[in-house]
Design a binder for this molecule. Structure first.
Ligand code: ADP
Ligand code: MG
Length: 365
Protein backbone atom coordinates (compact mmCIF):
# COMPACT_ATOMS: atom_id res chain seq x y z
CA UNK A 1 0.00 0.00 0.00
CA UNK A 2 1.42 3.38 -0.88
CA UNK A 3 2.09 6.11 1.62
CA UNK A 4 -0.19 9.15 1.49
CA UNK A 5 1.38 11.20 4.26
CA UNK A 6 4.90 10.77 5.60
CA UNK A 7 6.49 12.87 8.31
CA UNK A 8 10.14 12.16 9.04
CA UNK A 9 12.10 13.49 11.97
CA UNK A 10 9.91 16.55 12.43
CA UNK A 11 11.06 19.04 15.03
CA UNK A 12 9.02 22.10 15.79
CA UNK A 13 9.69 24.53 18.61
CA UNK A 14 7.82 27.61 19.74
CA UNK A 15 10.35 29.65 21.70
CA UNK A 16 11.43 27.35 24.51
CA UNK A 17 8.58 24.88 23.99
CA UNK A 18 9.31 21.79 21.94
CA UNK A 19 6.00 20.87 20.30
CA UNK A 20 7.35 18.11 18.03
CA UNK A 21 10.51 16.29 18.96
CA UNK A 22 11.61 14.14 16.04
CA UNK A 23 8.17 12.91 15.03
CA UNK A 24 7.90 10.10 12.47
CA UNK A 25 4.55 9.15 11.02
CA UNK A 26 3.29 7.34 7.94
CA UNK A 27 -0.33 7.29 6.88
CA UNK A 28 -1.25 4.88 4.10
CA UNK A 29 -3.31 5.75 1.07
CA UNK A 30 -7.03 5.58 1.88
CA UNK A 31 -6.71 4.64 5.53
CA UNK A 32 -8.40 6.23 8.53
CA UNK A 33 -5.53 6.95 10.88
CA UNK A 34 -6.15 8.16 14.44
CA UNK A 35 -3.54 10.20 16.20
CA UNK A 36 -4.18 9.80 19.92
CA UNK A 37 -2.55 11.70 22.72
CA UNK A 38 -3.19 13.96 25.70
CA UNK A 39 -3.55 17.72 25.47
CA UNK A 40 -0.23 19.38 24.65
CA UNK A 41 1.26 16.23 23.05
CA UNK A 42 1.66 17.93 19.67
CA UNK A 43 -1.39 16.69 17.75
CA UNK A 44 -2.57 20.02 16.35
CA UNK A 45 0.99 21.00 15.48
CA UNK A 46 1.33 17.72 13.57
CA UNK A 47 -1.76 18.46 11.48
CA UNK A 48 -0.69 22.04 10.84
CA UNK A 49 2.69 20.78 9.71
CA UNK A 50 1.06 18.42 7.22
CA UNK A 51 -1.18 21.23 5.98
CA UNK A 52 1.78 23.60 5.64
CA UNK A 53 0.35 26.08 8.16
CA UNK A 54 3.44 25.53 10.30
CA UNK A 55 6.90 24.92 8.93
CA UNK A 56 9.08 22.45 10.82
CA UNK A 57 12.48 23.52 12.18
CA UNK A 58 13.81 20.31 10.67
CA UNK A 59 12.50 17.11 9.11
CA UNK A 60 10.49 16.44 5.98
CA UNK A 61 6.83 16.29 5.06
CA UNK A 62 5.84 14.19 2.05
CA UNK A 63 2.41 13.95 0.49
CA UNK A 64 1.92 11.26 -2.12
CA UNK A 65 5.67 10.69 -2.13
CA UNK A 66 6.48 14.34 -2.91
CA UNK A 67 8.52 16.56 -0.62
CA UNK A 68 6.33 19.50 0.40
CA UNK A 69 9.16 21.91 1.12
CA UNK A 70 8.23 25.22 -0.44
CA UNK A 71 4.70 24.08 -1.32
CA UNK A 72 2.05 26.51 -0.09
CA UNK A 73 -0.86 25.21 2.04
CA UNK A 74 -3.35 25.87 -0.73
CA UNK A 75 -1.33 23.78 -3.17
CA UNK A 76 -1.01 20.78 -0.87
CA UNK A 77 -4.53 19.60 -1.61
CA UNK A 78 -5.39 18.66 1.97
CA UNK A 79 -8.50 19.82 3.82
CA UNK A 80 -8.19 20.58 7.51
CA UNK A 81 -10.88 20.95 10.13
CA UNK A 82 -9.73 23.02 13.07
CA UNK A 83 -10.58 22.57 16.70
CA UNK A 84 -11.43 26.27 16.72
CA UNK A 85 -13.56 26.23 13.63
CA UNK A 86 -12.90 28.96 11.12
CA UNK A 87 -16.40 29.73 9.87
CA UNK A 88 -18.06 32.90 8.58
CA UNK A 89 -20.41 33.75 11.46
CA UNK A 90 -22.68 36.08 9.48
CA UNK A 91 -23.15 33.72 6.57
CA UNK A 92 -25.64 30.91 6.58
CA UNK A 93 -24.57 27.33 7.23
CA UNK A 94 -25.31 26.68 3.56
CA UNK A 95 -22.97 29.42 2.38
CA UNK A 96 -20.28 28.21 4.73
CA UNK A 97 -20.55 24.76 3.18
CA UNK A 98 -20.74 26.18 -0.32
CA UNK A 99 -17.76 28.52 -0.17
CA UNK A 100 -15.09 25.80 -0.66
CA UNK A 101 -16.96 24.77 -3.81
CA UNK A 102 -16.74 28.31 -5.17
CA UNK A 103 -12.96 28.45 -5.03
CA UNK A 104 -11.37 28.31 -8.48
CA UNK A 105 -9.87 24.90 -7.85
CA UNK A 106 -12.98 23.11 -6.67
CA UNK A 107 -15.70 25.03 -8.44
CA UNK A 108 -18.78 22.93 -9.04
CA UNK A 109 -21.82 23.90 -11.11
CA UNK A 110 -24.50 25.22 -8.74
CA UNK A 111 -26.80 22.21 -9.12
CA UNK A 112 -24.01 19.74 -8.33
CA UNK A 113 -22.85 21.85 -5.42
CA UNK A 114 -26.37 21.90 -4.02
CA UNK A 115 -26.61 18.14 -4.29
CA UNK A 116 -23.28 17.56 -2.61
CA UNK A 117 -24.03 19.99 0.22
CA UNK A 118 -27.42 18.39 0.71
CA UNK A 119 -25.82 14.97 1.02
CA UNK A 120 -23.18 16.06 3.54
CA UNK A 121 -25.70 18.10 5.54
CA UNK A 122 -27.99 15.08 5.73
CA UNK A 123 -25.19 12.85 7.01
CA UNK A 124 -24.17 15.41 9.61
CA UNK A 125 -27.75 16.03 10.71
CA UNK A 126 -27.72 19.74 9.88
CA UNK A 127 -30.14 19.84 6.93
CA UNK A 128 -32.68 21.85 8.90
CA UNK A 129 -30.10 24.47 9.88
CA UNK A 130 -28.77 25.38 6.46
CA UNK A 131 -30.52 28.77 6.26
CA UNK A 132 -29.39 29.95 9.66
CA UNK A 133 -26.40 32.20 10.23
CA UNK A 134 -23.61 30.14 11.74
CA UNK A 135 -23.16 32.73 14.50
CA UNK A 136 -26.54 31.70 15.93
CA UNK A 137 -25.85 27.98 16.03
CA UNK A 138 -24.80 26.03 19.11
CA UNK A 139 -21.20 24.88 19.48
CA UNK A 140 -22.11 21.36 18.50
CA UNK A 141 -23.97 22.55 15.41
CA UNK A 142 -21.11 24.81 14.43
CA UNK A 143 -18.69 21.97 14.80
CA UNK A 144 -20.74 19.89 12.39
CA UNK A 145 -20.81 22.72 9.87
CA UNK A 146 -17.03 23.02 10.17
CA UNK A 147 -16.68 19.29 9.56
CA UNK A 148 -19.03 19.56 6.61
CA UNK A 149 -16.93 22.33 5.11
CA UNK A 150 -13.97 19.99 5.08
CA UNK A 151 -15.78 16.95 3.73
CA UNK A 152 -17.69 18.76 1.02
CA UNK A 153 -14.83 19.16 -1.40
CA UNK A 154 -12.50 16.57 -2.84
CA UNK A 155 -9.10 16.42 -1.15
CA UNK A 156 -6.04 14.23 -1.19
CA UNK A 157 -6.36 13.93 2.59
CA UNK A 158 -8.67 15.10 5.35
CA UNK A 159 -7.03 16.40 8.50
CA UNK A 160 -9.55 16.42 11.33
CA UNK A 161 -8.65 17.97 14.66
CA UNK A 162 -10.93 16.61 17.40
CA UNK A 163 -13.97 17.22 15.19
CA UNK A 164 -16.48 15.70 17.60
CA UNK A 165 -15.16 17.21 20.82
CA UNK A 166 -17.92 19.82 21.22
CA UNK A 167 -20.81 17.44 20.70
CA UNK A 168 -22.78 16.04 23.59
CA UNK A 169 -22.10 12.40 24.44
CA UNK A 170 -25.07 10.97 22.58
CA UNK A 171 -24.49 12.89 19.37
CA UNK A 172 -20.78 12.17 19.52
CA UNK A 173 -21.45 8.46 19.70
CA UNK A 174 -23.89 8.66 16.82
CA UNK A 175 -21.59 10.76 14.64
CA UNK A 176 -18.67 8.49 15.45
CA UNK A 177 -20.63 5.60 14.06
CA UNK A 178 -21.63 7.55 10.95
CA UNK A 179 -18.42 9.34 10.15
CA UNK A 180 -16.71 6.36 8.58
CA UNK A 181 -19.76 5.61 6.49
CA UNK A 182 -19.53 8.93 4.65
CA UNK A 183 -18.47 8.15 1.11
CA UNK A 184 -15.90 10.93 0.99
CA UNK A 185 -14.29 9.62 4.18
CA UNK A 186 -14.25 6.05 2.90
CA UNK A 187 -12.36 7.07 -0.19
CA UNK A 188 -10.02 9.65 1.25
CA UNK A 189 -6.99 9.27 3.47
CA UNK A 190 -8.00 10.69 6.84
CA UNK A 191 -5.74 11.76 9.67
CA UNK A 192 -7.98 12.12 12.68
CA UNK A 193 -6.80 13.66 15.94
CA UNK A 194 -8.35 12.80 19.27
CA UNK A 195 -7.51 12.60 22.96
CA UNK A 196 -10.27 10.01 23.45
CA UNK A 197 -9.05 6.42 23.33
CA UNK A 198 -12.57 5.07 22.84
CA UNK A 199 -12.87 7.18 19.70
CA UNK A 200 -9.47 6.03 18.46
CA UNK A 201 -10.36 2.37 18.99
CA UNK A 202 -13.73 2.82 17.30
CA UNK A 203 -12.51 4.72 14.26
CA UNK A 204 -8.87 4.01 13.56
CA UNK A 205 -7.80 1.52 10.91
CA UNK A 206 -4.53 2.19 12.65
CA UNK A 207 -3.70 4.29 15.68
CA UNK A 208 -0.58 6.33 16.40
CA UNK A 209 0.00 7.20 20.04
CA UNK A 210 1.72 10.57 20.45
CA UNK A 211 3.45 11.71 23.62
CA UNK A 212 5.71 14.72 24.15
CA UNK A 213 5.99 15.39 20.44
CA UNK A 214 6.87 11.86 19.36
CA UNK A 215 4.99 8.82 18.18
CA UNK A 216 5.58 6.11 20.78
CA UNK A 217 3.57 3.34 19.11
CA UNK A 218 1.71 2.77 15.85
CA UNK A 219 -0.51 -0.19 15.17
CA UNK A 220 -3.94 -1.63 14.62
CA UNK A 221 -6.32 -1.51 17.57
CA UNK A 222 -5.46 -5.16 18.29
CA UNK A 223 -1.74 -4.43 18.33
CA UNK A 224 -2.16 -1.45 20.61
CA UNK A 225 -4.53 -3.33 22.90
CA UNK A 226 -2.69 -6.65 23.17
CA UNK A 227 0.87 -5.42 22.77
CA UNK A 228 1.03 -1.91 24.28
CA UNK A 229 4.62 -0.68 24.13
CA UNK A 230 4.61 0.52 27.74
CA UNK A 231 2.47 1.03 30.83
CA UNK A 232 1.31 4.47 29.75
CA UNK A 233 -0.15 3.16 26.50
CA UNK A 234 -1.68 0.26 28.44
CA UNK A 235 -3.29 2.74 30.85
CA UNK A 236 -4.59 4.91 28.01
CA UNK A 237 -6.85 2.19 26.60
CA UNK A 238 -9.73 0.54 28.42
CA UNK A 239 -12.04 1.66 31.21
CA UNK A 240 -11.83 0.69 33.98
CA UNK A 241 -8.09 0.99 33.58
CA UNK A 242 -5.73 -1.94 33.41
CA UNK A 243 -4.66 -3.26 36.82
CA UNK A 244 -0.90 -3.01 37.28
CA UNK A 245 0.50 -4.92 40.25
CA UNK A 246 4.11 -4.44 41.33
CA UNK A 247 6.38 -7.43 41.86
CA UNK A 248 9.52 -9.19 40.69
CA UNK A 249 10.51 -11.85 38.18
CA UNK A 250 11.20 -15.16 39.95
CA UNK A 251 13.96 -17.70 39.17
CA UNK A 252 11.72 -19.61 36.77
CA UNK A 253 10.49 -16.51 34.89
CA UNK A 254 7.32 -16.20 36.94
CA UNK A 255 5.81 -13.19 38.66
CA UNK A 256 5.65 -12.71 42.42
CA UNK A 257 3.85 -9.67 43.81
CA UNK A 258 5.68 -7.31 46.13
CA UNK A 259 3.67 -8.60 49.11
CA UNK A 260 4.33 -12.24 48.12
CA UNK A 261 0.60 -13.03 47.94
CA UNK A 262 0.24 -13.37 44.16
CA UNK A 263 2.30 -15.80 42.10
CA UNK A 264 1.77 -16.41 38.41
CA UNK A 265 3.80 -18.29 35.85
CA UNK A 266 4.28 -15.97 32.92
CA UNK A 267 7.48 -16.99 31.11
CA UNK A 268 8.99 -13.53 31.51
CA UNK A 269 11.83 -12.80 29.14
CA UNK A 270 13.66 -10.89 31.83
CA UNK A 271 16.32 -11.61 34.44
CA UNK A 272 15.15 -12.99 37.80
CA UNK A 273 14.85 -10.16 40.32
CA UNK A 274 13.78 -7.58 37.73
CA UNK A 275 11.22 -5.15 39.14
CA UNK A 276 8.08 -5.50 37.08
CA UNK A 277 4.39 -4.67 36.87
CA UNK A 278 1.93 -7.30 35.84
CA UNK A 279 -1.00 -6.02 33.84
CA UNK A 280 -4.50 -7.50 34.08
CA UNK A 281 -7.31 -5.88 32.17
CA UNK A 282 -10.56 -5.76 34.17
CA UNK A 283 -12.53 -7.47 31.40
CA UNK A 284 -9.97 -10.28 31.11
CA UNK A 285 -10.49 -11.36 34.73
CA UNK A 286 -13.39 -13.73 35.27
CA UNK A 287 -15.04 -15.04 38.40
CA UNK A 288 -15.43 -18.60 37.20
CA UNK A 289 -13.35 -19.06 34.10
CA UNK A 290 -10.37 -21.13 33.03
CA UNK A 291 -6.79 -20.02 33.54
CA UNK A 292 -4.61 -19.00 36.45
CA UNK A 293 -6.43 -18.73 39.75
CA UNK A 294 -6.08 -15.98 42.28
CA UNK A 295 -7.89 -15.74 45.59
CA UNK A 296 -8.99 -12.55 47.25
CA UNK A 297 -11.86 -10.87 49.02
CA UNK A 298 -14.52 -8.54 47.69
CA UNK A 299 -13.91 -4.90 48.55
CA UNK A 300 -16.71 -3.17 46.72
CA UNK A 301 -19.11 -3.78 43.81
CA UNK A 302 -20.55 -1.20 41.45
CA UNK A 303 -23.27 -1.83 38.89
CA UNK A 304 -22.41 -0.54 35.41
CA UNK A 305 -25.63 -1.57 33.70
CA UNK A 306 -25.55 -5.14 32.45
CA UNK A 307 -22.14 -5.70 33.98
CA UNK A 308 -20.71 -5.10 37.41
CA UNK A 309 -17.33 -3.73 38.39
CA UNK A 310 -15.95 -5.67 41.33
CA UNK A 311 -12.95 -4.42 43.25
CA UNK A 312 -11.13 -7.27 44.94
CA UNK A 313 -8.41 -7.23 47.58
CA UNK A 314 -5.51 -9.47 46.63
CA UNK A 315 -3.09 -9.33 49.53
CA UNK A 316 -2.19 -5.66 49.86
CA UNK A 317 -3.29 -4.89 46.32
CA UNK A 318 -6.63 -4.13 44.78
CA UNK A 319 -7.70 -5.23 41.36
CA UNK A 320 -10.88 -4.39 39.54
CA UNK A 321 -12.71 -6.68 37.20
CA UNK A 322 -15.84 -6.36 35.13
CA UNK A 323 -18.18 -9.34 35.13
CA UNK A 324 -21.66 -10.04 33.75
CA UNK A 325 -24.24 -9.20 36.40
CA UNK A 326 -25.40 -12.83 36.96
CA UNK A 327 -21.84 -13.87 37.89
CA UNK A 328 -21.82 -11.36 40.72
CA UNK A 329 -25.21 -12.06 42.29
CA UNK A 330 -24.96 -12.30 46.04
CA UNK A 331 -21.40 -10.99 46.30
CA UNK A 332 -20.91 -8.94 49.47
CA UNK A 333 -17.94 -7.03 50.82
CA UNK A 334 -15.38 -9.33 52.49
CA UNK A 335 -16.69 -12.43 50.69
CA UNK A 336 -13.86 -14.65 49.48
CA UNK A 337 -13.64 -14.90 45.67
CA UNK A 338 -11.60 -16.85 43.17
CA UNK A 339 -10.47 -14.94 40.11
CA UNK A 340 -9.27 -16.48 36.89
CA UNK A 341 -7.04 -15.02 34.20
CA UNK A 342 -5.99 -16.69 30.99
CA UNK A 343 -2.19 -16.73 30.74
CA UNK A 344 -2.28 -15.17 27.27
CA UNK A 345 -4.07 -12.13 28.71
CA UNK A 346 -1.34 -11.31 31.19
CA UNK A 347 0.83 -8.34 30.25
CA UNK A 348 4.21 -7.78 31.79
CA UNK A 349 6.11 -4.50 32.01
CA UNK A 350 9.31 -3.18 33.50
CA UNK A 351 8.57 -1.10 36.59
CA UNK A 352 7.84 2.56 35.86
CA UNK A 353 10.73 4.95 36.34
CA UNK A 354 10.58 8.67 36.99
CA UNK A 355 11.98 9.41 33.53
CA UNK A 356 9.82 7.00 31.57
CA UNK A 357 6.98 4.48 31.85
CA UNK A 358 7.90 0.79 32.07
CA UNK A 359 8.27 -0.98 28.72
CA UNK A 360 6.49 -4.19 27.89
CA UNK A 361 8.47 -7.38 28.49
CA UNK A 362 8.02 -10.29 26.07
CA UNK A 363 6.71 -13.60 27.39
CA UNK A 364 7.61 -17.04 26.09
CA UNK A 365 4.66 -18.78 24.48
P1 ADP B 1 -2.25 19.17 21.22
O1 ADP B 1 -2.98 19.54 19.98
O2 ADP B 1 -1.82 17.73 21.27
O3 ADP B 1 -2.98 19.56 22.46
P2 ADP B 1 -0.40 21.23 20.35
O4 ADP B 1 0.17 20.71 19.09
O5 ADP B 1 -1.45 22.26 20.26
O6 ADP B 1 -0.87 19.99 21.25
O7 ADP B 1 0.75 21.85 21.24
C1 ADP B 1 1.97 21.17 21.54
C2 ADP B 1 2.81 22.07 22.43
O8 ADP B 1 3.20 23.23 21.71
C3 ADP B 1 2.08 22.57 23.66
O9 ADP B 1 3.00 22.64 24.72
C4 ADP B 1 1.62 23.95 23.25
O10 ADP B 1 1.50 24.79 24.37
C5 ADP B 1 2.73 24.40 22.33
N1 ADP B 1 2.25 25.31 21.27
C6 ADP B 1 1.41 25.01 20.27
N2 ADP B 1 1.19 26.06 19.46
C7 ADP B 1 1.90 27.09 19.97
C8 ADP B 1 2.11 28.46 19.60
N3 ADP B 1 1.51 28.98 18.52
N4 ADP B 1 2.91 29.21 20.38
C9 ADP B 1 3.52 28.67 21.47
N5 ADP B 1 3.38 27.41 21.87
C10 ADP B 1 2.59 26.61 21.14
MG1 MG C 1 -4.91 20.30 19.72
Amino acid sequence: MSTAVALRGIRKTYGKTTALDGLDLEVREGEFFCLLGPSGAGKTTTLKTVAGLELPDSGTVELGGKDMRGVEPYDRGVAMCFESYALYPHKSAYDNLASPLRSPRHRLPAAQARERIGEIAELLGISALLDRPVGRLSNGQRQRVALGRVLVRPARAFLLDEPLSHLDAKLRQQMRAELKAIGAVQHTTTLYVTHDSVEALALGDRIGVIRDGRIVQTGTREEIWYRPCDTEVARAFGRPRINLLPGVVTQDGGFRSADGKVELSVGAQAAPGTDVLIGLRPRDITLRGPGHELTGTVYVTEVLGRSVEVTVRLGEQQVSLVAPRPDTTGLRPDDPVRLSVRPENLLLFEADRPERPGRRIEKSA
